[in-house]
Design a protein around this ligand. Structure first.
Ligand SMILES: [Zn+2]
Length: 138
């Protein structure tokens, strides 16, 4: 299956507040070389745009060098989480692993992956099919 959207398909339009993304990247740096996982809270704007506003750090999240996880049962029901974020400890690895693709397919929403050294340009965003989608930092 091709991993590219055709030009006719409307891709989700995603924007993220810079403060939220920088918080996530700082978390990734703090956890390195272990993985860091978190969620972004967001809102669907009237024009269909998804705006991610805030980082949510799930309680009892765990990470080691190969994986990270959290229990969704500890996320308050009103969190309005719209996206996941996790880090990959190695450079040039801002793309989903097979495990990530499995997780993405089970969750709706969108998923950010950041790789070492966790600069803004080390972040990529994917939909539930693992297809990279563009996002805007606002
Ligand atoms: Zn991963």
């Amino acid at each position: 299956m091709a991993k590219n959207r055709s030009a006719e398909t409307a891709a989700p339009t995603v924007s993220i507040r810079k403060t939220a993304l920088l918080s996530a990247l700082q978390g990734a740096k703090n956890m390195h070389p272990d993985e860091f996982i978190a969620l972004f809270r967001g809102e669907n704007a009237a024009d269909g745009q998804l705006v991610l506003t805030e980082l949510i750090i799930p309680p009892f999240a765990t990470g080691d060098e190969d994986s990270s996880s959290y229990s969704p049962y500890f996320i308050p029901a009103n969190s309005r989480e719209k996206a996941s974020f996790h880090s990959h400890p190695d450079p040039d690895t801002a793309y989903p692993s097979d495990e990530d693709l499995y997780y993405f397919s089970k969750e709706s929403g969108i998923h950010f992956i950041a790789c070492w050294p966790f600069r803004l340009q080390d972040v990529a965003c994917f939909d539930a099919d693992g297809i990279e989608i563009a996002f805007t930092i606002v």
